[in-house]
Ligand binder design. Sequence first.
Ligand SMILES: C[S@@+](CC[C@H](N)C(=O)[O-])C[C@H]1O[C@@H](n2cnc3c(N)ncnc32)[C@H](O)[C@@H]1O
Length: 274
Amino acid sequence: MTDAPTIAVNPAQPENVFEREETVSDWDQEYYHPIAEKYYDVAVPDMLRAMGAKPGNHVIDAGCGPGVHSIRAVKYGCTVTAIDLSHTMLAHAKERSIKAGVESKIKFQQDDLTKLSLPDNSFDFVFNWGVIIHVPDTMAALDNLTRITKSGGKLALHITNEKSLDFSFERLIRKILNKPLKGREDTPLGTGVWYEYNDDKLWVLRFNANSLISEMKNRGFTKISRNAAEYTELQWRIKGPFRSALLYFNRLAYKLKFPAALSNTQIIIFQKDL
Ligand SMILES: C[S@@+](CC[C@H](N)C(=O)[O-])C[C@H]1O[C@@H](n2cnc3c(N)ncnc32)[C@H](O)[C@@H]1O
């Protein structure tokens, strides 16, 4: 696990929004606030436990970004294969894992969820945190995630929710201001939007969880749990004490197990039928 490949940092010509350094620093600011980090410190091990992963098991972080959850999985006791489309993200993931002193437990690999090079039935535990929502070809990503999961293995999908309070609030405000969502596309699994982000396009699919669960059923996967993750993500649009208050609210909502139906994000765990 020590033979992590050398990964190019800052390709001269970013190929997409995920290769941009600004995307890494924006996400650091938007998502990895110290108050949110404490939530992840609880939620990621909870997810691994709910999947049945035990210290000593091997997991795949399928879309590791800057590696923060791969590091958490190692701290939980697992070894990790961490894959991502983006060389920039992988470079940060490698650097952060070295800083955390866990790089020998993580195998980094550049790979594309829509055409993964990994063999069929190769992982007992697959997790995908905030990733499939950004892959425009959702079905191809599901083809690969389901293909690499072993029979009886678990696949955890952290997704955004079409029926969340956040999204309903956004729709209401847009209606009042007469500012329809641009770049919207309705898909069989939910509402997608192409956002302008760092001079590029970022696809975000807000899933209809029931449609996803039946799609997975057709693929031979049974839902074993569905829980609220971050109750709101409005926090990254604001600053100061209100932002901190929303982040603390998210932690409380998670601790008290607020219903998933209205939360901004959800973690759905599936088991591949034997
Ligand atoms: C919002 S980040 C989430 C990163 C990490 N899981 C986390 O929660 O911190 C989404 C990640 O998905 C990766 N990604 C997007 N499309 C991908 C694809 N087709 N295959 C693999 N990774 C992809 C991006 O490069 C980015 O690192």
